[in-house]
Design a protein around this ligand. Structure first.
Ligand code: GDG
Length: 472
């Protein structure tokens, strides 16, 4: 394909391409499909219609031609090292990310970062505009690309454009801090359908549109006066996981044996508590560790009885707030372990590493209690993965109210992670929950997750887009 001939009728635009550059068996670099659920959900769609995916390959200054990987046409966008710093690590991860997660960390506002964000968003939009056929559909993903919908509409008014926002959209009082608040709303309103994780996110967005741009909003529909007139629908489409790999791995004898081996390796504690997160200040890892440490201090739990396994996979290691968070967490873990460990037992087994999915599922099976204590989280897929893996109807999910998942997973033990005493009581309730109650709750949770999987999510979103197209 040459870049001037549009061929794809369905194009995904996301910050990252769905592949990673890895060392092949002979030492040469090869592409490998990234494991995320988004690719799994979209793959059938991509192959049914001729689809393409626009994104960055994850390395700066890498000029790549379009290529096909596992049947998907990939259209790479090049970013310079400075753009990675300003657009991605800067504006996306150090301005928007903290602001949209209720300012848990202070957002940094820099005009050069904004300029880079505008420039890179325009580049993504131009790449997509060249690739999509007349009257085609483009689905843009996430907070790195909020300006793409409007740029794309300007270039290609014939398209049907969807946007899905994977993280929260904050209340107006916080959103209003953003120096470029009106431009971002206008960028998003370029889409025909703007999807959010929770109903509250859509409500916050519509309130911002009404207050800042003074546009008419009826129910979930905004009347957009520019380049039209037209409308944008904003509502919730809660994302989910591809459940099959989790149910299948959890049933595999070798994975089950590995779960038993993990328990053995921890000295056969009566209960294993588990946390799995990217090392991020939104995830409430410190709150969880504090609550657990206090339970040990007060002898409500003992290291002979209970171990906390915390997987904190490395993330955004060049952003200052993450460097600082890692130091804080590691200091807290070392203090608790120093005070409480014995030769045979550890209080917290802390792993600052990523693991293959098989190992994650073995951990889910070994965990009597799964702790999801995010201070703010768009959805939180780990909660859903744990539930999908527990076909044995054992295990307890402790889940923060401030996750999107809490809107759906009502049979979890719901907690406010800021309330350390409440969190401690919830952990005790989980540790002591009788098997019969575990099973009752887990059955209800599994029904929800298995019925509303990631395929249902993409089907719903694409159906909403199709409605717009057919109404034209
Ligand atoms: C954003 C939003 C929203 C983590 N460590 C390892 C590993 N993981 C996997 C988990 C899970 C995924 O990464 C993390 O997804 P989350 O949803 O928990 O969180 P974010 O990364 O912050 O994702 C979030 C999501 O987008 C989707 O819309 O739910 O709210 O913040 O799948 O299992 N996987 C493996 N090894 C690890 O060490 N294999």
């Amino acid at each position: 394909m040459t870049s001037s001939t549009p061929t794809a009728s369905f194009v995904i635009v996301a910050n990252r391409l769905p592949v990673d550059r890895v060392q092949g068996p002979d030492g040469a670099e090869v592409w490998r499909r990234s494991p995320g659920g988004l690719v799994a959900a979209l793959e059938p769609v991509m192959q049914a219609v001729d689809g393409a995916w626009v994104g960055w390959a994850g390395q700066s200054d890498l000029e790549l031609k379009p290529f096909v990987e596992d049947g998907i046409l990939l259209l790479p966008v090049t970013l310079s090292a400075q753009e990675v710093e300003e657009y991605y690590e800067g504006f996306a991860n150090d301005t928007i990310w903290p602001l949209y997660h209720d300012v848990i960390a202070p957002p940094q506002f820099h005009r050069e970062w904004w300029d880079a964000y505008v420039r890179v968003n325009r580049r993504f939009a131009e790449r997509a505009a060249r690739a999509v056929s007349q009257g085609g559909t483009v689905w843009v993903h996430d907070y790195q690309l909020q300006l793409v919908p409007a740029f794309l509409r300007e270039l290609r008014p014939d398209l049907t454009i969807g946007y899905f926002h994977h993280i929260p959209f904050p209340a107006h009082g916080l959103y209003a801090q953003l120096p470029w608040r009106d431009q971002v709303l206008q960028g998003l309103l370029g889409a025909d359908v703007v999807g959010f994780q929770r109903a509250q996110d859509a409500t916050n967005f519509l309130a911002a549109v009404r207050r800042r741009l003074r546009l008419e909003v009826k129910g979930s529909t905004v009347s957009v006066p520019w380049g039209g007139p037209r409308t944008t629908v904003a509502r919730a489409f809660p994302i989910s996981i591809d459940t099959t790999p989790y149910t299948e791995l959890a049933a595999r004898p070798d994975v089950r044996a590995r779960a038993a081996e993990i328990r053995e390796g921890l000295g056969n504690p009566r209960k294993i508590l588990l946390g799995v997160d990217r090392l991020d200040y939104t995830k409430g890892i410190r709150h969880r560790i504090k609550a657990f440490g206090e339970l040990l201090d007060q002898a409500r739990l003992s290291v002979e009885d209970v171990t906390l396994v915390q997987v904190a996979s490395p993330s955004r290691e060049r952003v200052d707030a993450y460097v600082q968070l890692r130091d804080e967490i590691e200091l807290a873990v070392a203090r608790i372990n120093g005070d409480r460990d014995t030769m045979e037992h550890t209080a917290i087994r802390y792993l600052h590493q990523g693991f293959p999915r098989e190992e994650m599922v073995a951990l889910y099976l070994a965990a009597d209690v799964m702790l999801v204590t995010a201070l703010r989280d768009g959805m939180n897929l780990v909660a859903k993965e744990y539930v999908a893996a527990r076909g044995d109807h054992r295990g307890v999910l402790v889940l923060s109210e401030f996750t999107g998942a809490a809107d759906e997973l009502r049979q979890a033990i719901l907690v406010n992670p800021h309330d350390i005493d409440g969190l401690k009581d919830a952990i005790m309730q989980a540790v002591e929950m009788p098997p019969r109650e575990q099973a009752r709750r887990m059955r209800a949770l599994r029904k929800r997750v298995l019925e509303n999987d990631v395929n249902a999510w993409s089907r719903d979103f694409l159906a909403a887009l199709e409605n717009v197209r057919s109404a034209r």
